[in-house]
Ligand binder design. Structure first.
Ligand SMILES: C[S@@+](CC[C@H](N)C(=O)[O-])C[C@H]1O[C@@H](n2cnc3c(N)ncnc32)[C@H](O)[C@@H]1O
Length: 226
């Protein structure tokens, strides 16, 4: 069974309890509108691995002028997303059932924000391709934003997350940095260091080429990467 089939099967069981349980460990999602607003008011938003649509619902409220697209490979998660988004976002949101790939979109549909929230760590070998292909779906001054797990010092925890198809890999951050010009980056501790997670904001073009209200933090990035 490949990674995508494993994830599909996993969410057949998890989708009904996803929104009730994930608040306890998928941290940072509530701050997404605030972090985005500090850099840009996006009009065309794509979430890769949108799951039950909770982030899209939040972003639809935070950015009332925006149109939103969600892509996910899990039918079970998308069924939840349809229900969660119907009232909140109505016609402003469209959902697609597919593993993410740039070929899903035409160039004229380019987005000004692409979000990956806790999805890259579940993609296995397709992760780097997703990070690369996101570039081709962004406006030149668009934002690529990642919120995800980064590191854990505990082998038992890494193994437990692996059973849940989540791959803890600090290379994830390096891959984001090597494919997108960093605008800002922050690392956070969860449960007194049981794990760390990060938020990365980057762009296809260097930060100086367009306006950003947030200072770049290259020193922090280099420190973490080295
Ligand atoms: C942990 S959930 C995160 C959902 C949502 N982004 C959130 O923050 O709550 C990961 C989601 O990524 C989806 N996913 C995993 N690999 C994917 C891929 N290659 N293409 C599209 N979606 C994918 C899964 O089906 C799942 O819904």
């Amino acid at each position: 069974m490949d990674q995508q089939d494993k994830v599909r099967n996993y969410y057949k069981l998890q989708a009904p309890i996803y929104d009730l349980t994930r608040w306890a460990f998928l941290f940072g999602r509530r701050q997404l509108p605030e972090w985005i607003r500090a850099v840009k008011q996006p009009k065309r938003i794509l979430e890769i691995g949108c799951g039950t649509g909770a982030n899209l619902a939040m972003l639809a409220k935070a950015f009332p002028e925006s149109n939103l697209t969600g892509v996910d490979l899990s039918e079970s998660m998308l069924q939840k997303a349809h229900r969660n988004l119907r009232r909140v976002a109505g016609k402003r949101v469209s959902l697609m059932k597919a593993p993410f790939g740039a070929t899903l979109f035409h160039e004229e549909e380019n987005f000004d924000l692409i979000l990956c929230s806790y999805s890259l760590s579940m993609m296995g070998d397709a992760r780097l391709q997703c990070i690369r292909e996101a570039r081709h779906c962004l406006q030149p001054d668009g934002l690529f934003m990642v919120l995800d797990f980064l590191e854990t010092p505990f082998t038992w925890f890494r193994e437990w997350m692996d059973i849940n198809h989540v791959n803890f890999d600090p290379n994830l951050l390096m891959e984001c940095v090597s494919e997108h010009q960093p605008i800002s980056f922050r690392k956070y501790h969860a449960y007194a260091g049981l794990w760390t997670y990060f938020v990365f904001i980057g762009s296809p073009t260097p930060q100086s080429a367009h306006q950003s209200k947030r200072p770049a933090q290259p020193a922090k990035l280099l420190k973490l990467i080295s």
